[in-house]
Ligand binder design. Structure first.
Ligand code: ZN
Length: 508
């Protein structure tokens, strides 16, 4: 590598660090806004965030970055740059190239129009949902879709305009790769749901008793401590919608939400976000504060939260250890409930109309439904006016239930009103990746369930750290998946996992 190239890389690293510092500073303002900010501070905060957003955009689109990338040989057709450059630096070039080219391809006019259309649409959506009135919302949604199509055209794509939007959340992933995986998954899941619905309903009423919030807080702290979540580098707070955010190189905060009469909300809200938090805390220290010190993709990020929430937190070995402790926290709720009954109740499958309330089996069906509609909307084969009826038909076909209102159907999620297309698939990808990773972990640590049964979660975390967390976004999601599991994403790991688990729970 010659001198000019290495000094270009050094300068890029400096610029990258500044961008990340600014991103994390914005995250501090965002975290504060969601947690402790007084309500009337909202306008002032919006001004502060808008200013930082503008500076951030200027830094990301700084033409100097383009010049420097060119010096390293990083181009559209070869974003990794010259072969003589060390691997980690090539990964940095690829990530910076992607960030720079996406940001510079978007004219300010379109950014402003999108922001304006989204904020209008969101306000209309809130009212439309309340009034169960899709017709009013429809033209606003159409406008957003048109703008996103324009954006896809500007970004460019090979096969499908949707790919340009998906790329925002799952870099370098194509809908043509996801489609067959989702098709398999959909057919498998909707059959399983049918089989389960013919079985007697499982009782989970004990999860709906009264659970004092203070006790739930203590339980969350115990679980986080056992999961090795480092309170010297993070915090747990409470918000309306749980989230995880990184505010600095050693500052990864999570939030949860407790409900007095539904234990699963707080319990799994905490475990889920801890999964995200452990991922962010686990990046190699020399990646922190750089664009490579981020998750490989939203799908991979979600695989880490789902791994802890479902593969561990909903497993029998986990509760063999924790159920006695849980009974001490809430003695009245679980009187006379055996471990087996508790485990089954925790894993009860109930097809519901609402995505956020869905269980491990039905969740991905909600996502696949949205993915299919998004593909159609972006390619133009579906018009917004068709959406409510298509939603109802697909709901019935996949989940066996038909929403009576659009509020419980097409209007239930905020995402489309924000103009977010391409985001939903990442949730289902997370489920799929988590099961494929679990399979790889089992091969290397065949005894891991015994450790979990003893309440020792360190071995599992160490494996995740070494195989997934440490690498940040050096590898793309697909590269990482192949590195860890030997192959690209396949649906059968997840369906095998569900099959084994739910055939036993439901005696199928
Ligand atoms: Zn998540």
């Amino acid at each position: 590598m010659d001198q000019m190239v290495s000094s270009a890389i050094e300068e890029l690293k400096k610029l990258d660090k500044e961008i990340m510092a600014l991103t994390q500073t914005m995250a501090i303002l965002g975290w504060d806004q969601e947690t402790y900010m007084p309500t009337l501070a909202v306008e002032g905060r919006a001004d502060q965030l808008a200013l930082l957003g503008k500076i951030h955009h200027e830094k990301v689109t700084n033409p100097r970055i383009g010049e420097l990338l060119e010096k390293t040989g990083s181009t559209d057709s070869n974003p990794l740059g010259e072969k003589s450059i060390p691997q980690r630096d090539r990964a940095l070039l690829r990530a910076l190239h992607r960030q720079y080219s996406r940001a510079t391809k978007l004219p300010t006019r379109l950014v402003t129009e999108l922001a304006k259309a989204a904020s209008l649409a969101q306000a209309v959506w809130v009212q439309a949902r309340q009034d169960n009135d899709f017709k009013t919302f429809s033209p606003y949604l159409t406008k957003l879709i048109d703008l996103r199509k324009e954006q896809a055209g500007l970004f460019g794509y090979e096969d499908h305009p949707y790919d340009a939007l998906l790329d925002e959340f799952e870099p370098w992933v194509k809908s043509a790769a996801i489609k067959p995986v989702f098709d398999n998954l959909r057919d498998y899941l909707s059959n399983l749901v049918k089989e389960i619905s013919e079985k007697p309903e499982i009782n989970n009423n004990f999860l709906k008793k009264t659970f004092p919030i203070e006790k739930q807080r203590q339980l969350s702290v115990q679980l986080l401590t056992d999961m090795n979540y480092d309170f010297n580098r993070g915090r747990l707070d409470e918000t309306a919608h749980p989230f995880t955010t990184t505010l600095g190189r050693d500052d990864v905060r999570i939030t949860t939400r407790y409900q007095r009469q539904w234990l699963k909300s707080g319990l799994f809200g905490t475990i889920h976000e801890a999964g995200h938090g452990l991922y962010e805390l686990g990046f190699d220290s020399d990646l922190k504060g750089s664009i490579l010190g981020e998750g490989a993709s939203l799908g991979i990020h979600e695989s880490q939260s789902r791994f802890w929430e479902n593969c561990i937190g909903h497993s029998l070995p986990f509760w063999k250890h924790y159920y006695p402790a849980l009974k001490e926290y809430f003695p009245h709720a679980f009187e006379g409930v055996s471990l087996d009954e508790f485990y089954k109740g925790l894993n009860k499958v109930t097809p519901s109309l609402i995505r956020v309330e869905a269980d491990e089996v039905t969740y991905s069906l909600h996502i696949i439904l949205r993915f299919e509609l998004e593909l159609g909307l972006i390619e133009g084969s579906i018009s917004t006016d068709d959406l409510p009826e298509l939603w109802r038909t697909k709901s019935e076909e996949y989940l066996g239930i038909r929403p009576k209102t659009d509020a419980d159907g097409v209007l239930q999620d905020i995402h489309w009103s924000m103009g977010a297309f391409g985001y939903f698939p990442t949730y289902a990808l997370g489920n799929l990746y988590s099961a494929q990773f679990l399979n790889a972990l089992k091969k290397e640590l065949p005894e891991y369930e015994k450790k979990v049964e003893q309440g020792d979660l360190t071995e599992v975390l160490t494996w995740l750290r070494q195989n997934i967390h440490n690498h940040g976004s050096i590898h793309s999601a697909d590269e990482l998946c192949r590195k860890v599991t030997g192959e690209s994403l396949k649906a059968h790991y997840f369906t095998d996992y569900l099959d084994k688990k739910y055939r036993s729970i439901y005696d199928l």
